[in-house]
Ligand binder design. Structure first.
Ligand SMILES: [Zn+2]
Length: 210
């Protein structure tokens, strides 16, 4: 934890559905420009030889890597064994590339059930979203919806899917605006630590604010 700025309100930017070599890279460039971290929830099927360097760069920048399942399926329709295989695949891939396994899970479509909580030994992280997976949602709507949900400890849920340039544009507005408001950007792990919230793998619940 930094010694200055400890009273600053905190915000955690999170991105789902990467990695890729386009939108993910544009977002990393922005984060680098502003010297801020974020958390990325990766889809296993998107991790390949071409995207592995992006994953490595994300990690080396001090960003956090999370698990968003292998196939991005509706997991409540799966058996416990199928769910465990989905999760293990992504965690293994991330560990192979970075040397560190992910700590947090974000359920695809935020669809959850008891079998998932039993099968997955990681806290489930939700977030304040703005439906940015829908191309009909404009840049302005993305910014406004995000700001309307913002408070100290908010986890912002966005998507770094290929072609999601409107979210990149929204970030170019949001990041300087939040910095101006005095927010400090943290990873999900740092958010829980800074807020003194104990979080465990067998927690049941979806975190949007800490
Ligand atoms: Zn997703």
């Amino acid at each position: 934890m930094s010694h200055d700025n400890t009273a600053a309100p905190l915000v955690a930017l999170t991105f789902d559905d990467g990695p890729n070599t386009t939108t993910t890279v544009e977002i990393l460039n922005l984060l680098e420009e502003y010297h801020i971290p974020a958390s990325f929830f990766l889809v296993g099927n998107n991790i390949c030889e071409t995207t592995a360097p992006v994953v490595k760069r994300t990690y080396n920048m001090g960003c956090e890597l999370g698990n968003h399942s292998k196939t991005h399926s509706v997991m409540p329709e799966m058996t416990k064994e199928e769910i465990q295989a989905e999760i293990a695949y992504v965690s293994d891939k991330i560990r192979e590339i970075t040397g560190e396994a992910p700590r947090f899970f974000r359920p695809p479509y935020i669809a959850v059930n008891d079998t998932m909580y039993e099968a997955i030994d990681m806290p489930f992280i939700c977030g304040a979203g703005c439906n940015d997976w829908d191309e009909k949602v404009s840049v302005k709507e993305r910014v406004d919806t995000t700001l309307a949900q913002l408070k100290d400890g908010t986890i912002i849920l966005l998507h770094d899917s290929e072609g999601n340039s409107q979210t990149v544009e929204a970030l170019k507005i949001l990041i300087p605006m939040l910095l101006e408001k005095g927010y400090r950007f943290v990873t999900v792990k740092e958010l829980f630590e800074c807020k003194g919230v104990a979080i465990r793998g067998d927690d049941t619940g979806l975190y949007t604010y800490v």
